[in-house]
Write a protein that binds this ligand. Sequence first.
Ligand SMILES: [Zn+2]
Ligand SMILES: [Zn+2]
Length: 134
Amino acid sequence: MNIVQCTFCKKPFASLGGRACPACLEQIDKDFITVRDYIYEHKHSNIDIIAKETEVSKQIIMHLLKEGRLIIDSPDGDGLLVCEMCKKQINTGRLCKECMGKVSSSMDKNVTANKKPEPKPEVPNIKGSAKIGN
Ligand SMILES: [Zn+2]
Ligand SMILES: [Zn+2]
């Protein structure tokens, strides 16, 4: 078990691999439901409006998008998320479908060829890179 700093409240906590402390995880789950319900009713909202109307921080909304728990329902994906491998615009998760296919097939090979897991890549700093709407 490692002591790491919570991504959200910056407090140190004992992590089992996650980057959010238990208190923030609980808050994120509540925020998830708030945002999800809001998106159901307002299909083509952008993240600024969602954050303002739901009072959920953009950081948490982005976190939910990257986890694949939320999907941007917008014709151009709002440019919020790009595939971490090919930089194509995506509307949920961290990789596009094609790259996801590539990664999972290469992971299959790794599992059989090499039992030792690779160190996890750092989550890139997305601050300042988010373009929303027009
Ligand atoms: Zn926290
Ligand atoms: Zn890709």
